[in-house]
Design a binder for this molecule. Structure first.
Ligand SMILES: [Fe+2]
Ligand SMILES: [Fe+2]
Length: 323
């Protein structure tokens, strides 16, 4: 009997690209002012360029089929930050091999780079179609097979990409939020589309990996930083099923299981990929997921790679099978 090949996904998140953000006068807002303060008083001592470089080189030395970056690519969502961060994304190869979904730091207010074209008459909290820069668009676009499975081919998410027999389903949970909050939300259209996509992928006998920035289930974080409609997403996942959900936002390694009508769904949160000095969050880490079809289902193994000490180098953090 021949063994089916593995599909390996590398998951990095919360890059908080380490660079000094400098908003122009037109870009400055209360939220950005406090974000800037937070960068100087706290984040810049944790998110280190040398740590991100060590993680990047370690990722590039691995064998994988697809790379996932689940948001908070930058800190204040300034055009200037993306100008530096985009070439970093491009170091991993063509956009067809890398999927990106936005986080709250990629939606830092009405003048955020990702929302710069939003209509001015909408409140900060209105659900809006995402306005994506042409530079980021290639990392968030359905491929041909994904389009046939219901993935968006227009300006909004979810996108669907098919890698071997794994479907990657990218959601946008980022919305501009008021000062001192970092919550997310999935708009109604996205939730509707997700239900159809999960069913279509099940029908096509694909492994379903859902990607979003915010924790997908209630209770993983506080209300002011959680996904506002996580109960709806949880119900949808229970009903339609998925094999794996990857998220970031908490800067913590976390694994829990959700029982669905179609088996167990593994929910995995990954820490930030750039924390080299540990004050209150976990050290930089990324995860490699090896997915293989079995006669009666799927097997998923997770290997962690990251730092174990301040200013440390990247080491193997062990492999576990998600069961
Ligand atoms: Fe973050
Ligand atoms: Fe976040």
């Amino acid at each position: 009997m021949t063994t089916k090949p593995e599909t390996i996904l590398a998951h990095l998140t919360d890059i908080h690209f380490p660079q000094k953000p400098v908003p122009s006068l037109a870009e400055l807002s209360f939220k950005r002012f406090f974000g800037l303060l937070n960068w100087h008083l706290s984040r810049k001592s944790m998110h280190l360029a040398e740590t991100l470089e060590a993680v990047t080189k370690d990722v590039l030395a691995q064998t994988f089929n697809h790379l996932i970056v689940s948001g908070d690519l930058v800190n204040l969502s300034l055009r200037q930050e993306y100008t530096t961060a985009l070439p970093w994304l491009e170091r991993f190869g063509s956009p067809s091999g890398l999927s990106f979904v936005p986080g709250n730091h990629d939606y830092y207010g009405p003048t955020s780079f990702l929302t710069s074209a939003r209509p001015p008459n909408l409140s900060d909290e209105a659900d809006i179609p995402m306005s994506r820069s042409k530079d980021l668009l290639p990392f968030m676009t359905s491929d041909d097979k994904g389009g046939e499975l219901g993935g968006a081919t227009g300006p909004d998410l979810p996108f669907v990409r098919v890698v071997n027999d794994v479907a990657l389903i990218g959601l946008n949970s980022g919305v501009p939020t008021p000062l001192f909050t970092a919550y997310g939300r999935l708009n109604e259209n996205s939730l509707d589309a997700l239900g159809h996509i999960l069913n279509a992928c099940k029908e096509a006998d694909l492994y379903r990996c859902v990607i979003l920035h915010h924790p997908p289930l209630p209770g993983i974080t506080t209300l002011s930083r959680g996904l506002q409609n996580d109960h709806l997403l949880q119900a949808l996942l229970r009903e339609a099923g998925a094999e794996l959900v990857l998220y970031g936002h908490n800067h913590k390694q976390h694994h829990e299981k959700l029982t669905t009508n179609h088996g167990v769904c593994h929910i995995v949160g990954t820490p930030s990929a750039s924390i080299g000095f540990n004050s209150r969050y976990e050290f930089a880490r990324y995860n490699l997921f090896s997915i293989q079809r079995l006669p009666d289902g799927w097997t998923t193994k997770m290997q962690g790679r990251g730092l174990q000490e301040n200013y440390g180098s990247v080491v193997d953090l062990g492999t576990t099978e998600l069961v």
